[in-house]
Design a protein around this ligand. Structure first.
Ligand code: HEC
Ligand code: HEC
Length: 210
C-alpha cells in the first residue's frame, strides 16, 4: 500500500474528528449514554455500575460528581477515558453520569435547548437564592450537604426534583421565588446541592457513627 496515501487518509480522518468535536453542540446525558456508555453500563460489563442501580452508584456517588466526572474523563480501572469516545466533552460526561444515576430524568433532557446558555452556574444560583432556606433547612427544606435528606428525595429522579422545584412543592416556592430563572438553571442548582450531599456522605462514611 502507498505510504503517503495512508498518511493523507489518516490526517483527513483526524481533521474530520477534530472539526466535529468543535462543531458539535453538547449532547444531553441521555444521548451520550445511549451512544457511548450503554455498551458497558447497561449490562454491568466488567463490573460497571448499572444504569439506575442506586445501590451500585451510591458508594461511588460519595466521591461527589466532580470526582466521578474526573474519573470518566481520565479513565478509572476498567472504565476507559471518555468512555472510549474521545470527543465526549466534560459537560457531556457529567450529564451522562447524572443520567445514569437517575435515568428517570430522561424527560427533562428535552429541556436541552434552554440548557445551552445558563446565566447562572448552579453554585451562583444557590448562593443567590437557594441557600436562604436550604443552608439551614428552613420550613423543612432538605439541607445542603445532608445526604440522607437528599437521598430519599432523589428516588423521584432528577426529573421529579426539577418538576417540584419549578412548580413549587409545599413550602418550596416555584423556582425558589425567582420567576426568571430557566429550568436548566434550576437543574444546575439542584445538582450543586446534590453534589454537596455526596461529598458530605463520603465524610460521614469515613468517620465512625456519632
Ligand atoms: C468499555 C466499557 C465502558 C464504557 C463504554 C463506559 N464505562 Fe464507565 N465504567 C466501566 C467499568 C468497568 C467501571 C467500573 C470501574 C471500577 O470501578 O473498577 C466504570 C465506572 C464508571 C464510573 C464510576 C467511576 C468511579 O469513580 O467509581 C463512572 C462515573 C463512569 N463509569 C462513567 C461512564 C460514562 C459517563 C460513560 C459513557 C460516556 C462510560 N462510563 C462508558 C466501563 C465502561
Ligand atoms: C423560601 C425557602 C426556599 C427557597 C428560597 C428554596 N427552597 Fe427548595 N425547598 C424549600 C422547602 C421548604 C422544601 C421542602 C418542601 C417539602 O417537601 O415539603 C424544598 C424542597 C426542594 C426540593 C425537593 C423537592 C422534592 O420534590 O422533594 C428541591 C429540588 C428544591 N427545593 C430546590 C430548590 C432550588 C433549586 C432552589 C433555588 C433556586 C430552592 N429550592 C430555593 C424551601 C426553599
Amino acid at each position: 500500500m502507498n505510504k503517503s496515501f495512508c498518511m493523507v487518509a489518516m490526517s483527513s480522518v483526524l481533521v474530520i474528528m477534530t472539526s466535529s468535536a468543535f462543531a458539535a453542540k453538547d449532547r444531553t446525558g441521555a444521548e451520550v449514554v445511549k451512544a457511548v456508555c450503554t455498551s458497558c453500563h447497561e449490562t454491568g460489563k466488567d463490573g460497571a455500575p448499572k444504569i439506575g442501580d442506586l445501590a451500585a452508584w451510591g458508594p461511588r456517588m460519595a466521591q461527589g460528581i466532580k470526582t466521578l466526572t474526573t474519573h470518566a474523563v481520565q479513565g478509572y480501572r476498567g472504565m476507559p477515558a471518555h468512555g472510549g469516545e474521545i470527543k465526549a466533552t466534560d459537560i457531556e460526561l457529567s450529564r451522562a453520569i447524572i443520567y445514569m444515576i437517575t435515568p428517570k430524568s430522561a424527560a427533562s433532557e428535552g429541556m436541552n435547548t434552554s440548557m445551552a446558555i445558563p446565566k447562572f452556574t448552579g453554585k451562583d444560583l444557590y448562593a443567590k437564592r437557594c441557600q436562604e432556606c436550604h443552608a439551614t433547612g428552613k420550613d423543612g427544606a432538605p439541607k445542603t450537604g445532608d445526604a440522607k435528606a437528599w437521598g430519599a428525595r432523589m428516588e423521584k429522579g432528577m426529573d421529579g426534583l426539577i418538576a417540584s422545584a419549578v412548580n413549587g412543592h409545599n413550602k418550596m416556592p416555584s423556582r425558589g421565588g425567582l420567576a426568571t430563572i430557566s429550568d436548566a438553571e434550576v437543574k444546575l442548582a439542584i445538582e450543586f446541592m446534590i453534589s454537596k450531599a455526596s461529598t458530605s456522605f463520603a465524610k460521614q462514611q469515613a468517620k465512625p457513627q456519632r
